[in-house]
Design a protein around this ligand. Structure first.
Ligand SMILES: *Cc1c(COP(=O)(O)O)cnc(C)c1O
Length: 378
């Protein structure tokens, strides 16, 4: 191993670390100087404005996390005990947890092969079974996995046919586009996450995106303890403490200035790996026609489980962080005996796939080092 690579092994390469632009501190400084160190303040409005501009959504409500945004999206749709929510199975558990907060029933839907996102055919069979069972479907939560846009036209056609609203979990997909339109605002409600590992971060945070004014008002109301518009504290509903803090929003203002740059840096990582692995049997998450993934994480699939494990071990030995692809939710112990529609495609992806380091601040030396480590352990 050459010296540059050897030195590299002494510092860890992270999967998807935060990447500040240098603009953030100016906004945070403003927040400190004006003493808006609270879950209200001018940077929240400024951050929300940047989000609506960028996503072409009418309203953005800045929240404490992507998970709280999903929870409030379900509340906007008046979710009730025992309602059924169709949900991508191949995703992070945060997509489904809020279904349980409301004692509703998740119905996990398998992915199709072209994008690894919710399969419209499986969705329709699940809807038909739910109807036959006289259960009430209240929403579809679909994910743009690793930033890769789902087959929205086909999914929307099914949703419209049965009149079920879609919540777009775009936690990983800020900056991705479907037929030129930004992910997160392709349906009645979308959500974003600004967790530390996402494409931009506020250290922790999320947002709800919608064109529906009533949804925006309801989300703000519920995220601030459901206070009525009186001087004293009057409450007619149960609320939450879900609003984003002004300091976090100030970080977000700085991060929003560089979203497009972050997307091209992540896409470059993907292209780099693709080139390096051209002569191997490694396969990449496919991007559908007319869509543009932000390539939040480069997700690859190996020929078999053994190869994946060999690569995983080699990377970890070299102090390079990598992660298996999401373990599908229908295979999680917590969702034992859940409703599930599909052919177990995502179980195979989980078994054979890995996410490679994908930070927007990866250097070419690091990318080279990671690629060499992968190829040598195949
Ligand atoms: C990160 C993530 C979330 C949750 O966002 P938090 O801000 O961490 O609460 C939800 N769904 C998906 C697909 C995610 O990757």
């Amino acid at each position: 191993m050459d010296v540059a690579l050897k030195n590299k092994a002494e510092t860890k390469i992270w999967l998807s670390p935060p990447h500040m632009s240098g603009n953030e501190q100016r906004f945070v400084q403003e927040a400190f100087e004006s003493n808006w160190i609270a879950p209200s303040g001018p940077h929240i409005a400024q951050f929300e404005k940047a989000l609506t501009n960028y996503t072409q959504s009418k309203y953005a409500v800045a929240l404490y996390s992507g998970t709280s945004a999903i929870h409030l999206a379900l509340k906007c749709l008046n979710i009730e005990n025992g309602d059924v929510v169709f949900c991508s199975t191949f995703t992070f558990i945060a997509t489904a947890n809020p279904i349980h907060y409301e004692n509703a029933i998740p119905y996990f839907i398998e992915s199709e092969k072209e994008t690894w996102n919710m399969c419209p055919i499986a969705l329709e069979s699940a809807i038909l079974k739910t109807k036959a069972n006289h259960q009430k479907p209240v929403a579809i939560i679909l994910v743009h996995l690793y930033g890769n846009p789902a087959k929205m036209d086909a999914l929307k056609a099914v949703a419209n046919k049965y009149n079920i609203p879609i919540i777009e979990d775009a936690a990983e997909a800020l900056g991705s586009t479907y037929h030129g339109f930004p992910c997160g605002s392709l349906t009645e409600i979308g959500i974003l996450s600004f967790n530390g590992n996402k494409i931009i971060t506020t250290s922790g945070g999320g947002a709800l995106l919608t064109d529906n004014k009533a949804f925006a008002i309801k989300s703000i109301y519920l995220s601030t303890q459901a206070k009525e518009a009186t001087l004293h504290y009057e409450h007619k509903n149960i609320g939450y403490n879900y609003r984003m803090s002004n300091v976090a929003a100030a970080i977000g203002c700085g991060q929003m200035m560089v979203v497009d740059e972050r997307v091209s840096q992540r896409r470059n990582n993907f292209e780099y790996y693709k080139k390096q692995f051209a002569n191997t049997s490694i396969q990449f998450q496919p991007e559908a026609e007319n869509t543009r993934s932000n390539r939040w994480l480069t997700a690859v699939v190996f020929e078999n489980k053994t190869k994946k494990e060999n690569v995983q071990e080699a990377l970890l030995r070299q102090n390079i962080e990598c992660r298996p692809l999401w373990k599908p939710l229908h295979s999680q112990p917590i969702f034992n005996n859940c409703l599930y529609e599909g052919n177990h495609f995502s179980d195979v992806l989980f078994e054979k796939g890995l996410c490679l380091p994908s930070g927007s601040n990866l250097s070419e030396v690091e990318l080279n080092y990671i690629s060499k480590t992968v190829i040598q352990s195949l």
